[in-house]
Design a protein around this ligand. Structure first.
Ligand SMILES: [Zn+2]
Length: 448
């Protein structure tokens, strides 16, 4: 499945498609030129960011029939396709659907709750007691609300970890999205509880793997190394391997929780997981903020994928993940929102914006993520597109401004207007006698 999201300042609509977008656009085009085609919907005049290494398409056309994309490409030279519904895409951008790599969707019900509590109090005094009262119907309602919110902000696929995930699967089916669902497994000193939740997770993996015509896949979701014993984590690893499903876990989110693990086992969270053979390429580790160089090397060696959740980490005051170092270590990094209670939003554009800015602010270094790497989905690397497209724009603009800046420095005797005229950046023939400090941009005269 690939989905395209059409966004504009005033309107936004998301179209989800069950089938894969054809890679060979030219072949579709070739056949379509020979035979006129019927479509359900045509979007005309939009800007298309294909995110597959191809150039941005201005004035593009997208034709859809039965949830399948028939044609994506330039309007000029496009085949004749009839459609019942035609949408004007001028001023809008079509992008592949965004992927939220870590959330607890039904927590839409707890949005804005206990805003300024520390993470341990927030979990133990507010969230966990409330979650104990949630029934399957509550989780279904919260998940459906979350699906709607994600559709409105361009997300078409997400990785979730929560309880009553079978109801989340049903919400995903109704909403037409795609998801990897991890039934939560938590022990918190109660061995029986951990065993029961593991059993439920195994049952869900057997029943719901491939649910909703293949749009739902299952992982096991041990909450963390500080809420599950090493014995339970080892058992979850064995079951996941036997069932051929991945795992979704919180890792290195908080220094307080990390010190609990260190005190009890004399190992860091990563070292503990490594010692029991937990870490493999099928593990999606949310947060991964407080990691040493050695721990990053372990994650990279084991092929563990990381979900970077910048807004939630900021809201819960947990620190800033070293994304640049994670990427430099060779670790695949995607972006997530975390649950709406620890973010107050499921908007991936928020997370992308903060995700680029917060490491710069934290380190007081503007170049920290200045060459954005591809942000990849933990599962299938489809979440990479947005970063690579932005890279082209940013690199081009930055190089241009640097070139101009160095020219000004090389020729200090030039006035601003002389310099701008020389490089054909100022068309006015009015003279400017002074340097840029006194230059009036509108009339070319010195400022009084
Ligand atoms: Zn989380």
């Amino acid at each position: 499945m690939l989905s395209f999201c059409v966004c504009a300042s005033q309107t936004s609509a998301v179209f989800s498609f069950r089938d894969r977008i054809p890679n060979q656009y030219h072949l579709i085009y070739f056949h379509a030129t020979v035979i006129a085609t019927e479509a359900d919907l045509i979007i005309r005049g939009c800007t298309i960011l294909p995110m597959n290494g191809r150039e941005i398409i201005e004035g593009g056309v997208i034709a859809i029939k039965n949830s399948t994309i028939l044609y994506v490409g330039q309007e000029t030279g496009a085949p004749f396709i009839r459609a019942e519904k035609v949408m004007d895409g001028h001023g809008k951008v079509a992008i592949p659907g965004l992927i939220n790599c870590h959330t607890h969707l039904a927590m839409t019900l707890f949005r804005g709750i206990a805003e300024d509590q520390e993470l341990d109090r927030w979990l133990t005094e507010t969230i966990w007691p409330l979650e104990a009262k949630l029934g399957p119907e509550d989780v279904y309602d919260g998940a459906l609300l979350g699906c709607l919110e994600m559709i409105k902000s361009g997300t078409t696929c997400f990785a979730d970890m929560y309880f009553h995930e079978e109801t989340v699967a049903k919400a995903v089916e109704v909403a037409g999205l795609r998801a990897t669902l991890a039934p939560g497994i938590i022990e918190a000193g109660n061995k029986r509880l951990g065993e029961d939740l593991l059993e439920r997770g195994i049952e869900m993996a057997r029943k719901y793997q491939g649910y909703a015509r293949g749009r739902v896949s299952i992982r096991l979701g041990p909450h963390s190394a500080y809420t599950c014993s090493p014995e339970l984590l080892k058992e979850v690893r064995e079951k996941a391997s036997a069932l051929h499903v991945g795992m979704h876990i919180h890792l290195a989110e908080s220094t307080e929780m990390a010190s609990l693990v260190k005190k009890e086992h004399d190992l860091s969270e990563v070292e503990l997981l490594e010692s029991i053979g937990f870490l493999k390429p099928d593990v999606l580790a949310a947060h991964s903020i407080h990691l040493s160089e050695g721990e990053m090397q372990i994650l990279a060696r084991r092929g563990v994928k990381v979900s970077y959740n910048p807004v939630a980490n900021m809201k819960m005051a947990q620190g800033v993940a070293r994304v640049k170092d994670l990427l430099a270590s060779g670790i695949t990094v995607g972006i997530g929102t975390d649950g709406p209670a620890s973010n107050n939003s499921l908007d991936m554009f928020d997370s992308m914006k903060v995700g680029r800015s917060s490491p710069k602010s934290h380190l007081c270094r503007s170049h920290n993520l200045a060459s954005p790497k591809r942000f990849k989905d933990g599962d299938n690397r489809r979440g990479k597109g947005f970063g690579s497209a932005r890279k082209r724009w940013f690199t081009r603009d930055w190089k241009k401004s640097r070139r101009h800046f160095s020219r000004v420095q090389e020729a200090p005797s030039d006035t601003c207007a002389q310099y701008l005229r020389k490089h054909r950046l100022l068309r006015s023939r009015k003279r400017c006698r002074h340097s840029h400090r006194g230059w009036n941009r509108t009339n070319g005269k010195p400022r009084s």
